[in-house]
Design a binder for this molecule. Sequence first.
Ligand SMILES: C[S@@+](CC[C@H](N)C(=O)[O-])C[C@H]1O[C@@H](n2cnc3c(N)ncnc32)[C@H](O)[C@@H]1O
Length: 372
Amino acid sequence: MRHLSVPSAQTQHWLDLCRTQKWSSNEAGVTRLDNGRNAIPINDSAPGEEDEVWCNNPHIEIEVQQKGPTHWLDHIDEELAETYREDWPHSYEIQGDILIVKIEETVWIYGEMIADAMLTQLPNIRLVCADLGVKGEFRVRELHPLASRDGTLETRTRIRENGYLLWVDPTAVYFSSRLSNERVETLATAKQLRNQLKRPLVVCDPYAGVGPSLGALLSEPDLVSGYYVGDLNPDATELLALNIEYLDSRRKNAQGGQVAPLYPAELHCRDALEWAKDSGNHNQIDLLLVNLPHQSISHIEALLPLLKRNQTSVLRGWAIIERLESDENEEAIRCAISSANGNLEKFTFKEVKGFSTTKSFMCFEAWLNLSV
Ligand SMILES: C[S@@+](CC[C@H](N)C(=O)[O-])C[C@H]1O[C@@H](n2cnc3c(N)ncnc32)[C@H](O)[C@@H]1O
C-alpha cells in the first residue's frame, strides 16, 4: 500500500492534512521507519508523489498485513448485518468453552448462523447456546444448543477464575462469573479474620453451588483448617465435590510445603436450614457465607447457631432487595443477630454494582460475637 514518508516530528501535521483531505487509509496504521521517519498510509484518491502538496516527501510502498475480522458480526453478510443492526446480540457470557447468548425473537431464525460466526471468531469456544432464561427450583439456565465446533453438546466445562479451576455446568448448576470480585472480597475478609484469631479458619458455605468461594479460600495458604459446605442441588454437590478434591490436592502452606488434612471436611447435598438441626454442628464455624439472594436474610436466624461463640466470627452474605427497602432489610439482619445474643462489632450493608436497576444486589458483612 502507498505510504507517505515524513520526518517523525512532522507526523501529526501530515496525519491531520491527510485526514481532512480524506486521503488517509484506515486499512493500516502509521509505520515507524528506521531512518527517523514515519510512513502514513494513504488511499487511491491522494495525489501522486510529484504533487507539490507533499513538499518533496517521498511515497513508498509498504506491504500491509490485512487486519482480520475483530467481531463475530464481521463474518455475517454485510447487508444482513445492517438490516438487523439493532437486533443482533450485543453481549454474551462465556463459561469455559461454552458461549451463552440471548437472541432476540426478530433474529432467532439466524441463530445457527450467529453461532457459526461466533465459532469462527472465537477459537476457544466449542459450543454456542441460546439462553432461554432461568428455570426451576435451583434457578439454572435453560440453554438451547445452536452450534458446536466438534458436534459435542456436553455442557460440563471447566473455567479459570482468580488462578484456580472450577468445574461448572450452566444447564445444571448456578454459577456467575460476575461475582468473582465478591470472592476476592470474601478472601480479604477471611484473611483479616485469620489475622485477628491468629489461626486458620473453619468456614461454612451451605449454598456453595460449584464452590467458587471455596476456590478463593482454599487457594490461600494457611487460611482454612476445615469446612462445612453443601448445596440442595445434587448436580451442584457433585461438581462441588470434584472442585474441592482438586483445590485440596493443590493446597500448600506459606513455605510451599505439605499441609495438614482439612478437618472437619463436611460436604452434603442438603437444605442449608438442616445444618443447625444437628446440635453437633453448633458452635463450629468462624466464617459463614450465605448466598441465596432472594432468601438469605430470612435464613440467617436458622444458620447463626453454627457460628463459634465467645469469639469474633463473621457472617457474610448477599441479598436481592427492593431499592427502597434497604433500611428494613438492614434492620432484619441486625435483629436476627441480636436475637441470637450476638454482639455486633462491625457491620456493612452495601450495594454490589452491575446488577438489575429495579432491585439492589446487596452484600452484608457482620463481625459479631455470640455469647453463650
Ligand atoms: C445464588 S446460588 C450461589 C451459588 C454459589 N455460592 C456461587 O456463588 O456461585 C444459590 C445456590 O443455593 C442452592 N440452594 C437453593 N436453595 C437451597 C437451600 N435451601 N439449601 C442449600 N442450597 C440451596 C442453589 O442450588 C444454588 O446453587
